[in-house]
Design a binder for this molecule. Structure first.
Ligand SMILES: NC(=O)c1ccc[n+]([C@@H]2O[C@H](COP(=O)([O-])OP(=O)(O)OC[C@H]3O[C@@H](n4cnc5c(N)ncnc54)[C@H](O)[C@@H]3O)[C@@H](O)[C@H]2O)c1
Length: 303
């Protein structure tokens, strides 16, 4: 009988993790290293990268790392020059780097929009174009995993440019899966919703985060229960587990897919778990309306 590790067949493989120094990326890097994969990591955050690469190297495991802001094509290219030199071939590419700051579309500048598109779609195209020739040297296929988001499939107000870029990434992934299928190079997405990482905090203004953190724990938990069917934000490790699955032979015939790792929010699509016994519904029942808006207020500031 085969063990899970035998079926996954990750040991001895080589991977690139773009944005693998911190947040979900760090969890992905450490998970791959834990399965015996040799990893090359690029990250713009030198301190986070040093911590991640340092802990891997301190355990006596080889890791290749480079500080690079991957929005800058020359920095991304210099990282791949290093990978090209260090790795005889490549089996796995995980494009994790991405993110956004909540901002009404009409207040965005052209420069901000270009940056959001580059970080959440553009660099991934360059990353894949550099990685695939190194994968081809191995002549045993490969697995590419792109991080999209739940916002790629819903009307994410305040995140519109990000939502559009990640939706483009989602459909690019489908198309490329078809193009590269005959080479056994698989291309898939992971779609998180709410995972408490540095990137997740950066999506909101610092004072908004500070206010949220001042809430009593039970009040915060009640809000999370309304929004997430599994009643908990998804831990970083769970995204790393999904990346291991898609990187490994456990998913050998899965390509062009997007795997939601969101505790059920993409499934609920507008159903909210209202309090006061209503349960999941798109709008609350009468008692909840009365309790939430008993004083005749409609809950909107300035109205
Ligand atoms: N955390 C969430 O709730 C959430 C939700 C939906 C989608 N996602 C997606 O998941 C991915 C990871 O999110 P995260 O919350 O861990 O993000 P994060 O901001 O914590 O970033 C992960 C790593 O990427 C690095 N990085 C960011 N921009 C970079 C750049 N320009 N060049 C090089 N490295 C860069 C960061 O330094 C960090 O080490 C992103 O693509 C994000 O859009 C996250």
């Amino acid at each position: 009988m085969s063990s899970l590790a035998d079926l996954a067949n990750l040991k001895g493989r080589r991977a690139v993790v773009v944005g693998g120094g911190g947040g979900i990326g760090r969890a992905v890097t450490l998970a791959l290293v834990g399965e015996g994969v040799t990893v090359a990591v690029a990250d713009k955050n030198a301190a986070a990268l040093e911590e991640t690469a340092g802990s891997v190297a301190a355990a006596g495991v080889r890791i290749v790392s480079a500080v690079a802001d991957v929005r800058d094509s020359s920095q991304l290219s210099a990282f791949y020059d290093l990978v090209d030199m260090e790795f005889p071939s490549l089996d796995i590419l995980i494009n994790v780097a991405g993110g956004v700051r909540r901002r009404p579309f009409m207040e965005t500048t052209s420069e901000q929009r270009d940056e959001d598109i580059r970080l959440n779609y553009g660099y991934v195209l360059d990353s894949i174009q550099r990685a695939v020739p190194i994968m081809r040297r191995g002549a045993r296929g490969g697995s590419i995993v792109n991080f999209t988001t739940i916002e790629a499939q819903r009307g994410a107000a305040g995140f519109s440019v990000y939502a559009g870029a990640k939706a483009a990434l989602r459909n690019f992934t489908r198309a490329l899966a078809v193009e590269l299928g005959h080479e056994r190079i698989r291309v898939n997405c992971i779609a998180p919703d709410s995972t408490p990482s540095a990137g997740n905090r950066n999506a909101l203004a610092a004072e908004t985060i500070a206010e949220l953190e001042r809430l009593p724990a039970e009040v915060h938990a009640a809000g999370v229960r309304m929004a997430i069917p599994m009643e908990e934000a998804v831990p970083e490790q769970q995204l790393a587990n999904a990346a291991l699955f898609l990187a490994s032979d456990l998913s050998a015939y899965i390509t062009g897919a997007s795997l939601p790792v969101d505790g059920g929010t993409s499934a609920s699509l507008g159903f909210v778990n209202w309090p006061f016994g209503d349960g999941p519904l798109p709008i609350p029942l009468a008692g909840t309306y009365r309790r939430l808006f008993a004083d005749g207020q409609n809950g909107r500031d300035g109205e």
